[in-house]
Design a protein around this ligand. Structure first.
Ligand code: MTE
Length: 322
């Protein structure tokens, strides 16, 4: 995310700067084509991309789970990614993630739970009925997307493994296999990629254990076969390709906190009033709306999910706990 670390020296990723112009030119061309052959919005949304196995979900009834913003085109959502295990350029994950093997796959459950163990991905898929949730995703870099995810509340899994009274935090550990992930050769982050939530955040019904998007299983570059999506936090809180979920008494360190503690805190709630030390967080660029005259949008507190999640942070100083 705008930084590469080698031996303590922090500098911008060159690949993040140069190809942007090329990317914008391509977007303008695609935008012009889409205008020519535009489908009515409802029809476009219903059409599955037809690239991967179907994974339908019933429209979610959870409050706030379906935003009205127009979904980002699948092509953008699956080719403009952050998944550093496959490289730091936005196009790298789509280019390289075909080497990720998503079967067999299991997720280990460890720590402060009465039922630790290993859950096979196919058992996880049957944990609860699949729901479709249309969430905004806001990246800390200043861009956003709207993605129809398929999954179930993470709470369904948490209830099943019965956390003990000592479980105050949940840590997510994602795959780190150099044989499948060329990006691990770089020391940009300490691998494996780790993230965490407070227990009440993890139990919130909007926190999604995610298996699919756009009515199909997740493309590898979006975190197949299972990831989390936490819509009111910056995108980096949503760890991809999960292999372990740990229940902890103490707040765990996260990969981005370890890489740059002054820039990335544990909470990382989307907050237009707390700027990143190197750039403003007041506005965002909606991917798919680039173009010469596209306006940046005002970023919303908690990414627009304040009515649902604001209470979780009542009384907390969000400048201190950024
Ligand atoms: N998970 C892993 N394992 N590795 C990563 O580099 N990047 C994060 C997050 N999850 C990342 C990750 C960041 S910075 C963002 S913005 C989102 O994934 C992007 O998700 P998307 O590519 O599906 O939009």
């Amino acid at each position: 995310m705008h930084l590469l670390r080698d031996r303590g020296y922090v500098h911008p990723v060159p690949s993040e700067i140069t190809p942007r112009a090329a990317y914008l030119r391509r977007r303008q061309l695609l935008g012009a084509l889409a205008g020519t052959f535009a489908l009515p919005a409802a029809q476009a949304q219903a059409a599955r991309p037809g690239k991967l196995a179907p994974l339908p979900g019933a429209r979610s009834g959870v409050a706030g789970a379906v935003v009205m913003d127009k979904p980002t085109p699948y092509t953008d959502a699956s080719t403009y990614n952050n998944f550093y295990e496959f490289g730091t350029d936005k196009a790298d994950p789509a280019r390289h993630a075909h080497t990720l093997k998503v079967r067999p796959w299991a997720v280990a459950i460890e720590g402060e739970v009465k039922k630790p163990g290993t859950l096979d991905i196919d058992a996880l898929l049957k944990l609860a009925p699949m729901e479709e949730r249309i969430y905004r995703l806001r990246c800390v870099e200043g861009w956003s997307m709207v993605i129809p995810w398929v999954g179930c509340s993470l709470a369904e899994l948490i209830k099943r493994v019965e956390p003990t009274g000592n479980a105050k935090y949940v840590q997510f550990v994602t795959l780190a296999d150099p044989k499948q992930m060329p990006g691990l050769r770089s020391s940009v982050l300490d691998w494996p990629y780790v993230e965490g939530l407070r227990m009440d955040e993890a139990m919130h019904p909007l926190t999604l254990l995610t298996f699919g998007m756009y009515g199909e299983v997740l493309p590898n570059q979006n975190g197949a076969p299972v990831r989390v999506v936490v819509p009111w936090k910056y995108g980096f809180k949503s760890g991809k390709s999960l292999v372990k979920i740990r229940f902890l008494e103490k707040q765990p360190k996260t990969s981005w906190e370890l890489a740059a503690p002054n820039e990335y805190g544990f909470y990382s709630n989307v907050n237009p009033k707390v700027d990143h030390p190197r750039w403003s967080q007041a506005t965002e660029r909606r991917i798919g709306e680039d173009g010469l005259f596209a306006k940046r949008r005002a970023t919303l507190m908690f990414n627009g999910y304040e009515p649902q999640v604001g209470q979780l942070y009542a009384g907390m100083d969000l400048r201190k706990h950024f």
